[in-house]
Design a protein around this ligand. Sequence first.
Ligand code: FAD
Length: 284
Amino acid sequence: MMAKNLIQSFESGCVLNKQQKNVLIVYAHQEPKSFNGALLRKAVETLGADGHSVEVSDLYSMHFEPRCQRTDVVGSVQNEGFFKYQMETKSAWENGTLSEDIKVEIEKLKRADLVIFQFPLYWFSVPAILKGWFDRVYTMGFAYGMGNMYSTGLMKDKRGMLSFTTGGPGAAYNPDGLNGDMNVLLWPLQNGVLKFVGFDVLAPQIHYSPAHVSDDDRKQWLTDWAKRLHNIFEEPVLNFVDSSNFSNFKLTEEYLEGESSKQFGPTVGQNIGKPYSSTGMLKP
Ligand SMILES: Cc1cc2nc3c(=O)[nH]c(=O)nc-3n(C[C@H](O)[C@H](O)[C@H](O)COP(=O)(O)OP(=O)(O)OC[C@H]3O[C@@H](n4cnc5c(N)ncnc54)[C@H](O)[C@@H]3O)c2cc1C
């Protein structure tokens, strides 16, 4: 398999002196002929040809269960009288009694150096099936815990990125656009879902309104996506405030002092009452 990848890479003229990495693509679209389907196939083909090992979790094909339920723990639970999901799944993770479908996804996540989430934007967020993947696979104790959040989250040293499409055009997501600034929309996902568990977050790959551009434009987008993927492990990551700058859940006086003369707030979320940089969630 690997030899075949190397041969394909030689044939496509790719540079092969890069280290082979493991990539997981978590894919949430119900239609393989969609543009999301095309983006997925392009990523699998490109990363594979570059010698990387690629796994795909195709959530709709897998009929992935998105609901957090009692059945996520096999056998008995700590408190049969009052089911507390976080605590029960944490102890199930420690005891090896999580349901099999969660365990399989956890193993994929453990192997991955890079995780790409490929999806169409639904209600300014991820489709429910992908939300359910985060809800269930990010088990407390495995992905995060007390003292293991953000910079010390347990996905530390892995790269994570959102790759998504929209219905609305790019102009609608500008600071003066109908849907509002994409920076604001991305804060909950990139900070609250990716950074929270420790991922080094890459700039998002956004394809605005693929249904309303020409076929030539879409083909060019696929070519550009492949170009980006060739260097995805060398890309700088987005800036977040390191967790060491917080005390009792708040930015320290020392940190705030250092920020006092700056024009922009540190991040979209920790804006300390200042304008935030208009590229904060979009570019490093
Ligand atoms: C429940 C729901 C909520 C939504 N919420 C939002 C929202 O909050 N904000 C928002 O902006 N949008 C929203 N949308 C719209 C949604 O985000 C878009 O419809 C979606 O992102 C478009 O991507 P797609 O892959 O489905 O496109 P498709 O319509 O499948 O594809 C676009 C075009 O690409 C073509 N194509 C496929 N493969 C190739 C290829 N290899 N080369 C060239 N062309 C190709 C297809 O034939 C098609 O013509 C929502 C939609 C739903 C259903």
